[in-house]
Every structure is written in C-alpha cells, then in structure tokens.
Design a protein around this ligand. Structure first.
Ligand code: NAP
Length: 276
C-alpha cells in the first residue's frame, strides 16, 4: 500500500478517525519523534494520559512538528487517583503545563474506579470545559450503566467512550449505545497489541487487498459508524503503515468475514475494571 495525502475523516462528533496511541512510549526523544512523525504523515489526533508519564514528550513532539497546534486533536486522561473534583481541576492544569498547551481537545475520565465518584468528579469536567481548558469531555472504560449515570449528571455531552475494541473484541453493545446516544467509540488497543496479526481471516483479507494485517484491522474499525482508532506505533514504518489503513476499502464480503471471527480476546483487564 502507498500512503497518500488526504483529509482524515472524522467521527460524527468531530474526532479524527485515526489517532496515535502513546502508552509505553516513554523515552523522551523517541516519543517526541513518534508524535512529530505522525503529525507530519497526516495524523491529526494524538492520545496520551497522565498515567503514561509522557505528556511532556507528546507536547515536545507537537512543538517540533510543522503542524499548527490548532490543527491537532489532542486528548489526555485523568488517572483514577486524581478523580476527586479538586484533583481533577488541579491535575488537569498540570497536564496542560506538561503538554505545553492552553487547552486539550478531549479530556477523559480514564476509568470509573477508585476516586471516581460521579457527583464529585463530573462537575469538575464541566467546569474545565466552561473555563475553556478542555474543549470536549470523554470517558474511558465505561459500561452502558456508567454512561447512563454520567449523562444524567454532566451538562457537557460525552463525545466519546474510549474502550478496547478490535476484531477479537468488537464491542457491539457499546457501538450501538454510542449510535443511540451520540457517544463515539474510540477504539484502544485496536491491533489487540499484535494478537490480530495471526488471525487467518485477517490475513486472507490483507492478502486480497495487498495490505498489512494492521491496516485491515484498522480499516474494519473505520468502516463502522461512530468509531475512531488510536493504534500505538513508535517508528515511522508502523506509523505510516497504519496511516495507509485510511486508504483500504473493505467490501461487504471482507467485513462479513471479519465479523464472523469467533475468537475473543481482551488485552487490558486490570483488577479495577468495572467488568471484572
Ligand atoms: P495496539 O495499538 O493494539 O498495539 C500496539 C503494538 O502494535 C505495539 O507493539 C506496536 O509496535 C505494534 N504495531 C503498531 N502498528 C503496527 C504495524 N503497522 N505493524 C506491526 N506492528 C505494529 O495497543 P495499545 O498500545 O495497547 O493501544 C493503543 C493506544 O490505546 C495506547 O497506546 C493508548 O494510547 C490507548 N490505550 C488506552 C487505554 C485506556 O484504558 N483508555 C488502555 C490501553 C491503551 P511499535 O510500538 O514498535 O510500533
């Protein structure tokens, strides 16, 4: 596949469908170069979190790139020990300082766990949005019942629920919930951290399109309404390969083949997960 310059499609809530994940990309220079390379390749969405210990390096990558800050959709997340209302307010400002920006495009509740108390946590997200430090509010690892509760409390719309999603964990219920309630799904670990690469159905579709298995997994996510994906890639080869997924068009037969995969796999399953 060749990569071409094109406008990145966005989800219904305006989230660029392809983002760069940065979990475990903690070497300062390597992380900054990943972000710079992604932006200069055409990505317009970067995903980080307080817990990734790399917000400073992500900010450095944005600063190094030739893409203007206002053209980047930048997302970070409040860690579960910082989810009291007061800590949301103070640590969000610390995140902005580390990132070297005046606002983030999306601020997520990282997990509905530990210090998460909807009545205390969520009004602080509304306040950050009212103050202009945060353009949009999101949540991560929420199940439908947490989404129902949060939607009742928040004044802001929930633009996205970021959850693990890939051909081995299709998350049909959350995708349907999102379509019904205007909550886009941002797919994390969209390559199942590599587990999709050896799935025979994915390899067959990849061969047919002269594409990589990574591109096919991402293209399968992009053809679903209201879904974005944030593959983590460190070097230029993976970053460009994943960008090429935007040019892979799956037909109905390909989609049916991938939808029909029986294997199931959840990569991220900590003891504080709400589904545990
Ligand atoms: P992933 O994106 O499914 O997989 C990343 C792995 O795939 C890395 O080892 C990467 O290698 C490799 N890779 C990437 N592109 C490739 C390609 N084209 N060909 C071959 N290998 C390729 O897993 P993830 O990092 O768990 O998830 C992505 C992002 O989602 C994270 O970085 C983070 O931003 C977010 N996330 C959020 C949560 C949450 O709780 N909200 C949880 C997990 C992840 P290299 O690094 O060497 O390129």
């Amino acid at each position: 596949m060749t990569t071409t310059e094109h406008d990145d499609e966005a989800t219904p809530n305006g989230i660029p469908r392809l983002g760069l994940g940065t979990w475990q990309n903690t070497d300062p220079d390597e992380c900054a170069e990943s972000v710079r390379t992604a932006l200069e390749t055409g990505y317009r969405h970067i995903d980080t979190a307080q817990a990734y210990d790399n917000e400073e390096h992500v900010g450095e990558g944005i600063a190094r790139s030739d893409v203007d800050r206002e053209d980047v959709f930048l997302a970070t997340k409040i860690w579960l020990s910082n989810l009291s209302g007061d800590d949301v307010l103070s640590t969000a400002e610390e995140s902005l300082d580390r990132l070297g920006v005046d606002y983030v495009d999306l601020l997520y509740v990282h997990w509905p766990a530990r210090e998460y108390d909807p009545e205390d946590t969520l009004p602080a997200f509304d306040e950050l949005r009212e103050r202009g430090l945060v353009r949009n509010v999101g949540v991560s690892n929420f199940e439908p019942e947490h989404l129902d509760e949060a939607r009742e409390i928040l004044d802001s719309p929930i633009v996205a629920n970021q959850v693990e999603c890939h051909p081995l964990l299709p998350q049909d219920e959350l995708v349907a919930y999102g379509r019904d309630h205007d909550v886009d799904l941002v797919a994390y670990s969209p390559l199942a951290r590599g587990a999709v690469f050896d799935v025979p159905e994915i390899r067959e579709v990849a061969e047919k399109h002269d594409a990589s298995p990574a591109q096919v997994s991402l293209a399968w996510l992009f053809q679903r309404d209201g879904v974005a994906a944030i593959p983590k890639a460190t070097g230029g080869d993976h970053i460009r390969d994943n960008y090429g997924a935007l040019d892979v068009e799956l037909d109905d037969e390909d989609v049916a083949k991938i939808d029909g995969i029986d294997e199931r796999n959840r990569e991220v399953d900590p003891d504080f997960a709400p589904w545990s």
